[in-house]
Design a protein around this ligand. Sequence first.
Ligand code: SF4
Ligand code: SF4
Length: 173
Amino acid sequence: MPKQDPLFRLHLDIDERVGSIRAGHADWQCAKGCDNCCRQLAGLPHLTGPEWALLRQGLAALPGARLAEIEREVAALAGAPAGPLVCPMLEQASGACPVYLQRPVACRSYGFYVQRDKGLYCGDIEARLAGGGLAEVVWGNHDAIDRRLAAMGEARSLAEWFGEWMGEPGPAR
Ligand code: SF4
Ligand code: SF4
């Protein structure tokens, strides 16, 4: 991604916020091995075009059988009632994200940003906050992220992006 790319800039800003929060809290919960948020999505991820273009690169690099599995899972979840649901991309046995480097913005900011009137989202972090452990954290502002994402175009469901991709002619994947 070019350095002046808006999504790249947004990733950098999130990384900086995440880094500064982590630096002040060596025991921060968000770490490899904690995948509770990936297992409790409110619904299928919604992504802007640039986020999808990046995610698609990660998906295209997966083994064909794994990609086909994800495709089936996305299609099944598209018609399912509202969440919570497990992210169709999550490696359920290991709890790893197979597209970690290409993951959507929501996955990068989760746990480190708050949105006006909508809380912190993560029950583990909220519980720690309620215990008075995180009073000094300067949280990121998710409203600002949403504004920057909105400037990148309409967000569409993962199912919509996937459906379009899989319908493309030729060796698409
Ligand atoms: S946001 Fe919560 S559930 Fe997700 S990795 Fe961080 S501590 Fe774990
Ligand atoms: S894309 Fe990766 S990080 Fe995001 S919810 Fe799915 S498994 Fe978790």
